[in-house]
Design a protein around this ligand. Structure first.
Ligand code: NAX
Length: 332
């Protein structure tokens, strides 16, 4: 039986990540090869013509799963009945701008879009915030959309998770899909903590801990962590543009696992509302290891945390507490 199309909102759709993600969604990368979609694309007035160009290309690509395209600068029209909202639009930090000025701009964008989603999205809409500061933008969205369940508001740290998998796979010369259960704790920023203490590799002689196979704690505790934390900056240096295809792909992975589930025995990293697990202050959007089933994520419980990890998990939580305070001070 043909499935009903799902409506997927992409904000900032005329931007770099937008341009990379809309064809992925239209090809079934996000919701599966049998799920028709209607794309809702939002951008701001100065980008309206470019946005229309993206719509023209989507039509020209003749995607079998794509049942409709809305390209608009009207936030209400964009949010109408959407089932999935991927929030990529935001105000970038420009040279010479203070953190507070950027935060003020983003807080006001996310406050407004929160209300539109709350009033017009489908009742069980799942929200993924990509735009930076991703964790805090998601928190603002949650605060200003109180009727959207907190379980439905998340932020993207899957790109960091995938980067960690990639670094381990390169180091061990194994395929990336044989590496599992790395964790990104905390903020999607350079204080994030990429943790391999529970990560495993599937080998011809069974599953082996990453630490045992790498057999170089010094590398794992320093260079590996720094490489993952700084990968975004390295991409900018090389490309003169920030990560786009990997960010788009990670956003599809995030939603696909959330909606369709994580494979048994594996977990992924998602920025979610903290319930106090692992001693992380409630009320922060913090990246945890999660498993997903039937459209719901749950934080993986009971992992042993050593002193090294504890300090790094607390440092990134501290940054999020400060960001939250800064965001509130911008509300005016
Ligand atoms: P671009 O500047 O190419 O695109 C952003 C788009 O958002 C533009 O078209 C802009 O007109 C639009 N926009 C601005 N304000 C808007 C509003 N109020 N409503 C709707 N649209 C609006 O940036 P891009 O490279 O696509 O990156 C987008 C965001 O993702 C940035 O905030 C970036 O920092 C963030 N990233 C987050 C990552 C993550 O892992 N969480 C990784 C990649 C990326 O750096």
């Amino acid at each position: 039986m043909a499935q009903n199309p799902l409506r997927v909102l992409v904000t900032g759709a005329a931007g770099q990540i937008g341009y990379a993600i809309v064809p992925m969604i239209a090809r079934g990368v996000m919701l599966g090869p049998d799920q028709p979609v209607i794309l809702h694309m939002l951008d701001i007035e100065p980008a309206a013509e470019a946005l229309n160009g993206v719509k023209m290309e989507l039509i020209d690509a003749a995607f079998p799963l794509l049942k409709g395209v809305i390209a608009t600068t009207d936030v209400v029209e964009a949010c109408k009945e959407v089932n999935i909202a991927v929030m990529v639009g935001g105000f970038p930090r420009k040279e010479g701008m203070e953190r507070k000025d950027v935060m003020t701009k983003n807080v006001s964008i996310y406050k407004k879009q929160a209300s539109a989603l709350e009033q017009h999205a489908a009742p069980d809409c799942k929200v993924l915030v990509v735009a930076n500061p991703a964790n805090t933008n998601a928190l603002i969205l949650k605060e200003f959309a109180p009727s959207i369940p907190e379980k439905n508001i998340t932020c993207l740290t899957r790109l960091d998770h995938n980067r960690a998998l990639g670094q381990i796979s390169e180091r061990l010369k194994v395929h990336v899909s044989d590496v599992n259960n790395v964790i990104i704790w905390g903020n999607h920023s350079s204080t994030q903590y990429p943790d391999v203490n529970h990560a495993k590799v599937t080998t011809s002689s069974g599953e082996k801990p990453v630490r045992e196979l790498v057999a170089d704690d010094q590398w794992l505790n320093t260079e590996f962590i720094a490489t993952v934390q700084q990968r975004g900056a390295a991409i900018i240096k090389a490309r003169k543009l920030s990560s786009a295809l990997s960010a788009a792909s990670a956003a599809c992975d995030h939603i696909r696992n959330w909606v369709l589930g994580t494979p048994k025995g594996t977990w992924v990293s998602m920025g979610v509302y903290s319930d106090g697990s692992y001693g992380i202050e409630r009320g922060l959007i913090y990246s945890f290891p999660v498993t997903c089933e039937k459209g719901e994520w749950s934080i993986v419980q009971g992992l042993k945390i050593d002193e090294f990890s504890r300090a790094k998990m607390d440092a990134t939580a501290k940054e999020l507490i400060e960001e939250k305070a800064l965001a509130y001070s911008c509300l005016g």
